[in-house]
Design a protein around this ligand. Structure first.
Ligand SMILES: C[S@@+](CC[C@H](N)C(=O)[O-])C[C@H]1O[C@@H](n2cnc3c(N)ncnc32)[C@H](O)[C@@H]1O
Length: 317
């Protein structure tokens, strides 16, 4: 399983676990909302001859790779560059009222992280960019050089859970007053210089959390997710399943809460004596706890270590 796809630059995570939840006799149509290199998508097409797959991604490079990879499947696979906040529009264009399964494998791909020109990683020096959609209006360079100090502190705290946020924000503001911060290497060095722990005692690179936070802010990753999950569930056929893989606790919390909300029979505020919301449960949560990778997978693919899978099933109306 996992090894398949390394030649496309990204090893799909939790492959067996995803397939075990969505390969079912009823499955005729699948939406992969985060196509990446198309590893999960190809495995889905291989596992079920009867399936039509619609794949979307907001990254034009991912789309080019996935298109090439899925070409042998002819009209069983449709590939489109689009943001998953536009799931409804894409399915309308394809003439599909609903699908039987939806996969969202969130976050960044190895192709994005490993390409210095994309500016996602502190391990490779490159221009500070981090946009998944390269036509997007705000790059990491724009954000780092123009957000005010308070906003930088908020971003580092909220999206990076970075304890050292004020000190790092101050160092950035001081540096950019002299000259703009242009590269991932410059930013990583500024953050590392603010770190309190000596290099030998660090578990992770001191810039890890700040880079994660900037990436989340630039791509508005958390803002789009909750609403997109609701739209996705709206477009699932009864009995259809949504499988979501997240890579950090902020994302996983949004997925968990969205599933809980949609599984609930009442969303009235606490303290309301009688239910007035009239909500009916829309899903049943299939994974009571998030599914983590096996030891073997975590060992062979370090990027899988933080992956967590949650699955919910659409109930009949
Ligand atoms: C972890 S990769 C997916 C890898 C894929 N499952 C595979 O097997 O190759 C995540 C992908 O989601 C895409 N992505 C992230 N946020 C998105 C959004 N809001 N809309 C569409 N695609 C998004 C990224 O561009 C990236 O290619």
């Amino acid at each position: 399983m996992g090894g398949a796809g390394a030649d496309f630059g990204h090893i799909p995570v939790l492959m067996d676990e995803v397939l075990s939840h969505i390969v079912r006799p009823m499955t005729r149509s699948v939406l992969d909302a985060t196509l990446g290199a198309g590893g999960h998508a190809e495995a889905i097409l291989k596992a079920m001859d009867q399936v039509r797959l619609i794949g979307m991604d907001r990254d034009d490079m991912a789309i080019a790779i996935a298109r090439r990879r899925l070409a042998p499947y002819g009209d069983r696979a449709t590939v489109a560059r689009a943001d998953y906040s536009h799931i409804g529009r894409l399915l309308d264009e394809q003439g599909l009222a609903g699908v039987d399964a939806i996969l969202m494998d969130l976050g960044v791909s190895s192709m994005q992280l490993d390409d210095p020109a994309r500016g996602f990683s502190f391990s490779h020096d490159g221009p500070l960019d981090m946009r998944m959609d390269r036509s997007g209006p705000v790059s990491a360079r724009d954000l780092v050089n123009s957000a005010d100090e308070k906003e930088l502190v908020r971003i580092f705290r909220e999206y990076g859970e970075e304890k050292n946020a004020p000190r790092i924000a101050r160092a950035i503001v001081n540096q950019r007053a002299a000259s703009p911060i242009e590269t991932t290497g410059q930013l990583a060095a500024i953050v590392a210089a603010c770190s309190f722990s000596p290099p030998g005692r660090r578990r992770i690179h001191p810039a890890t959390r700040v880079f994660q936070a900037i990436r989340i802010a630039v791509n508005k990753e958390l803002e789009l997710l909750g609403r997109s999950l609701e739209t996705a569930v709206d477009r699932l056929n009864p009995g259809g399943r949504i499988a979501v893989i997240s890579f950090h606790s902020l994302e996983d919390r949004i997925v968990k809460r969205a599933f809980q909300r949609m599984a609930s029979s009442c969303v009235c505020p606490k303290g309301v004596p009688v239910c007035v919301c009239g909500q009916k449960p829309r899903v049943q949560v299939i994974t009571k706890k998030p599914v983590a990778p096996s030891e073997e997978e975590a060992e062979s693919n370090p990027r899988a270590r933080s992956a967590r899978l949650r699955v919910a099933e659409r109930l009949a109306a």
